[in-house]
Design a protein around this ligand. Sequence first.
Ligand code: CXF
Ligand code: ZN
Length: 360
Amino acid sequence: MKAAILNGPGPLVIENVHLDAIEAGEVLVKIHSCGVCHSDLGVIQRATEPLDTPIVLGHEAAGTIESIGENVTNVQPGDHVIIAFAPSCGRCYYCVRGMENLCDQRDYPDRSGSGPRPRRTMTNGTPVMQGVGVGGFAEYTIMPEYGVIKIREDAPLNIVCLLGCGVTTGIGAAINTAKVEPGSSVAVIGLGGVGLGIVQGAKLAGASEIIAIDLVEEKLQIAPKFGATKIINATKVDAVESVRDITSDRLDYAFEAIGLSKTVEQAFAMIRKGGTAVAVGVNRENISIPGNDFLREKKLIGSFYGSASVHADIPKLVDLYMSGKILLDEMVSRRRPLAEINEAFDDMKAVQVIRTIIDY
Ligand code: CXF
Ligand code: ZN
């Protein structure tokens, strides 16, 4: 099969790769579409550090089940699935306590982005890692049965693949992690796929004020379509001051969807006493906040994969999309074939897109 291979710093290379045979409990997925998520760019840009390469990135994927291994009962060949980058086994310490997003089966190192043991090899026999456990920039992948979510067949795979990462992360951060209440005020810093997901989640939760903050005017202009009630261009005004003004210093929730310490610190600075700042963006930095603010019961919490119970939540999100209650098409800025994967990352670096989807 064809796969986009990251070998270290520099562009991805499309190569022919051999995929292993599936084993018991595993499924072979024919990838239909895969979104290009910002955290993959993060892996590429960190490729100057020690990294398990070669590796196939791509973790926002949907497709069809091509074949199933022994003992697989939840899916059949032909089923339509979204791949969960953090599979939930249903049996570990976290899964049985309702924290499926923290499932112990996702025990591979975060920093390298490499997935479980290699299941594919280059033509010269070198093992190829499966990025973030998915390896979606390839024609096929092997997943554990519990890492695929069966979805209704009338949902377009080339759109609902976005529920594999960014949108589920964003909507879930508002609804599951923060548990935004009706009538609350919310600010969202960073309007990529995750940030616009948070805006939609806040709207679904019934927030009355949803303030969208970014540096890029084009992203700000589309935010009201997703539910933003106000927009702030942080190149023109001080975001913290503006949010405090708009809310009379009564902001209930601030979400950071970029992954920088500076913007997490801003999120924490803009919330009211007793308010909650949620760090959603993939962040590898140290964060510095005034300890005194804890005496005002301000809270800073993390969110991973929208605290989602993927097996329950992703089919519900598909239904919400199909009934027009959440927007996904409006997030797709471009479609490209796998051969143009590097151009897709160039567009992202030039901040020209919300999401590019690779269609196979
Ligand atoms: C990331 C979170 C860290 C592991 C890889 C996926 N989420 C979104 O892109
Ligand atoms: Zn992602």
